[in-house]
Design a protein around this ligand. Structure first.
Ligand SMILES: [Ca+2]
Length: 419
């Protein structure tokens, strides 16, 4: 995709205030684009200007370092809560409240204005070391009737090791205790590692639960990402009782786990369904220079650790240093250097018109929200948001035209059209 240098009015973000490019320069050079850019948005040189970690070649044009886009609608970023603990996930909970998990093993309910209203306790013990803890949460599709929630956590095993577990339970009437808890799925085998639990959860319209499991980082787990008898490095599709969803791709394969939906993942910590299409999207932590965005399709192999655009963090090549292979899916997009993608959400609103159906991904090491424009399963524009806050963005949620994001410092920010 071509782009030319154009002159844009300066967009200044001071502290946590607004960005407004409404005085666009009509003398700008016209640019070629076949993207989904809104009329007032300009395609610019890619946001990424750092040297890549390798000289690997993308499989297709636009698979990495796509031209940048810049939001033109004025928006504001407000810090609505601080020091709420170690938040890991945020989801809309009721008409005007949010449910937030805390890595150390509890959940909180906050108001849309950020007031902490409730603390929910009674969860099974979590292995809170390093990347472990009480991780993602999802409401039952019939939550208003059954008050049931599902969550992922890292669970210590009696004999040895730990694993990613999925549990369900009922929130009591006072909204301060979880009751009738049962673990509905354990990702086997357990390993001795405190890393790469994956563990985002999302329900589809039919009421089946997708969740992601990492490969636990150590070499013993890494090689199992390609093994259909192992739960490591997989995305699962299960029923509310933890059984394989009907019609799963490996249901008739006696040497595979019937709960597996896709395989060959590294640490998939980002999962969302595009409400406009029903498609499942995923982002995962790759090795150095190999973070990926993937469109998830039943039964496909996403390649790890056989193919990757990254190298080992200590500098060595991975495997045979190949990036493309027959029978293995290419990422829709990859980042080199990495962004460290944690939670993500689509923006199914039009309050900020150019954001409609865009994807927003919380970044940890990159300390930014990555905004992606998508069209026909390709990324057509990239923007970095909230880069001035120096925060690790752990999760992000869409709510009534606004975005809510939590950070590792225990802060909650709301992003909305400037009022
Ligand atoms: Ca991959």
């Amino acid at each position: 995709m071509q782009y030319h240098k154009i002159i844009l009015p300066l967009c200044i973000i001071i502290g946590v205030t607004a960005c407004n490019n409404s005085n666009s320069n009509n003398n700008s050079t016209a640019i070629h684009t076949d993207s989904a850019a809104m009329p007032n948005e300009k395609l610019l040189p890619p946001v990424e200007t750092q040297k890549p970690n390798s000289n690997y070649t993308p499989a297709f044009e636009g698979q990495t370092r796509i031209p940048a886009v810049k939001t033109v609608t004025a928006y504001q970023v407000d810090k609505i809560a601080g020091k709420i603990g170690e938040p890991w996930a945020i989801i809309p909970y009721s008409n005007d409240r949010f449910l937030i998990t805390d890595k150390s093993g509890f959940m909180q309910i906050i108001s849309a204005d950020g007031a902490v209203l409730k603390k929910i306790t009674g969860f099974p013990e979590v292995d809170n070391r390093a990347q472990g803890g009480l991780l993602d949460v999802a409401l039952d599709p019939d939550f208003t009737q059954n008050k049931t929630i599902y969550w992922a956590f890292s669970e210590k095993q009696k004999n040895d090791g730990n694993l990613t577990a999925i549990a369900k339970g009922i929130i009591n009437e006072a909204e301060d205790k979880i009751e009738k808890v049962s673990v509905i799925f354990r990702v086997l085998p357990a390993l001795n590692s405190t890393l790469h639990y994956g563990s985002r959860l999302v329900f589809d319209k039919e009421g089946y639960l997708y969740f992601s499991a990492g490969e636990r980082s150590i070499l013993e787990g890494r090689k199992q990402a390609q093994d259909l008898k192992s739960g490591l490095g997989k995305i699962f599709k299960i029923t509310k009782e933890g059984k394989p969803a009907p019609g799963n791709p490996f249901a008739n394969n006696s040497s595979a786990m019937a709960s597996i939906y896709t395989y060959g993942h590294r640490n998939p910590q980002s999962l969302d369904i595009n409400p406009a299409t029903g498609e499942l999207w995923e982002a995962e932590f790759g090795p150095r220079g190999g973070d990926e965005l993937n469109l998830i399709t039943a039964g496909k192999n996403y390649g790890w650790p056989v193919i990757t655009y990254g190298i080992e963090y200590y500098g060595a090549i991975i495997g045979d240093a190949i990036q493309q292979k027959e029978g293995m899916e290419q990422p829709v997009y990859y980042w080199d250097p990495v962004i460290s993608p944690s939670g993500m959400t689509f923006y199914p609103g039009n309050e900020i018109p150019e954001w409609e159906n865009n994807l927003f991904i919380g970044g940890l090491s990159s300390q930014q929200i990555t905004r992606l424009q998508l069209q026909n399963h390709k990324v057509t524009g990239e923007e970095r948001l909230l880069t001035n806050l120096n925060e690790r963005f752990r999760d992000i949620a869409f709510f009534k035209g606004m975005l809510y994001t939590i950070t590792d410092n225990g802060n909650v920010y709301r992003i909305k059209k400037k009022s």
